[in-house]
Design a protein around this ligand. Sequence first.
Ligand code: O2Y
Ligand code: MN
Length: 583
Amino acid sequence: MPSRLDALNRWVDDVARLTRPAAIHWCDGSDAEHAALIARMEADGTLVRLNQATHPGSWLHRSHPDDVARVEHLTFVCTTEREDAGPNNHWMAPAEAHAKMDALFDGCMQGRTMYVIPYCMGPIDSPLSRCGVEITDSPYVVVNMRIMTRMGAPALARIEREDRFVKGLHSTGELDPARRFIMHFPEELTIKSYGSGYGGNALLGKKCHALRIASWQARQEGWLAEHMLIVGIQTPQGKTHYIAAAFPSACGKTNLAMLIPPEGYRRAGWKVWTVGDDICWMRPGADGRLYAINPEAGFFGVAPGTSAKSNPNALATVQANTIFTNVGVTADNQPWWEGLDNGLTPALDWRGEPFDPATRPAAHPNARFTVSARQCPSYSPMAEDPQGVPISAIVFGGRRASLVPLVFQARDWTHGVLVGAAMGSETTAAAAGAVGVLRRDPMAMKPFSGYHFGDYFAHWLAFDRAGAQLPAIFHVNWFRKGEDGKFLWPGFGENLRVLEWMIGRVEGLVGAVETPIGLLPRPQDLDLAGLDLTDAARAALFGFDRDGWRAEFDALAADLATYAPRVPEALLQEHARVRQALG
Ligand code: O2Y
Ligand code: MN
């Protein structure tokens, strides 16, 4: 009798014929399976046992030194028509890409076990969730996917019910950077990744499925797959507003998602609830509002800089059952990274060599922790709600040392889409390449949109239709610097002051002044009590530099033109409106 898993079984057989593994293991996600994988990886050195007294259930993985970050120049979107991938993606024709990848995969799993991982992105019973199956020869990927997704038997049962899943094929290969590719085939809901065992290159549920492939699916099905954290802000009146915020990689999404209110706010009754720290899937509900889920079940967060001061919730989350990748270790095998500030010193660096600050930092700047979201003290019970959470505000932001004020609000949805399209940020260590260079990163999706940005902007604009109750849109910049090169805004928990203003705007309770770039708070519209801001800092954080913005909008026109002729007319008109208002 035909089974709804026939397509999956056939694909697994085809992959096994190509890759020729010594064994095939279907992952059920059980504790016994997990224990066996960990034991095997400890035995062959893939995982190093950390201090079980201080960090129970935690392990260290050291990746190949050439394999420490996403590789955007080797990441392709392979659509039939080149134009559909857009200038924002590297493109290869599907037939050529399949041939190239299949040649790499030919016999690559000989002598190794091939793992079949059924997984669900999002709560297992949510209509917003989507399933996938990753085939990999890496047990490290299996144990990470078990943390980051709902993996194993329940996901397989859903796949059997739905008869639809994203196919992801991965092999660590020989870890030769010259033979490393991450190919996406959105029209076939397929991913092929070869030659990297690291993070987003290998955990295919994350960036490959939940952003690149999902953004394509979302456009077809009328929803949004975004590079956004989701945080719930509970006011002293007991109402919780959910905010989705897009920041480019390593701009503090995890910190904002786990924010701890300043003392005064805590006493007044403010609470912060973490729903997600990296990816947000949103779709209109029956009441016209956007409802969001976090498709992930865990955090793959940046370790360096995480401390009791910057993110106490993250630090508490990683005290147990955590896989650390590329951190240093102390003499008694505790994980250690720059900025941890716990009074300990590293003995070995991330490459396992004696720590010498003159040679390299203890932790790689892109060192990571993988940990279940359920361990986070601020984890929201609503994160498991199949219907998702209603979004009150969308926030865009970037790392901008100059020009861009602390916060402003878009006039309406179309203006908000332009604000998102105009996002720019100074680059960080999360991706391979130069650090500190300003690059335009619309909606923080430059590395992750699975299709042409012109079509993506049009898709965003299409949500503004009859009956829609869309979120307010804001832009923030926590990274404005003074003339001395120091940050002007204290950031971290103090960012709640800015979120409070946004909630006040959503509820119609606080003021703002109109400027050509949007609605800006006056310093008196925010609670700045107890902050030591100089007059110059206030002027920069709440000011509007007309000449600077003129230049910014002229540069933006040139950047939008790179997506012609697919940039929607409404977006160009919005740009022209703001540019004209700037004089
Ligand atoms: O995925 C990686 O390999 C590292 S980059 C990353 C990891 C977690 C969340 N976001 C990112 C990112 O680059 O946006
Ligand atoms: Mn990210």
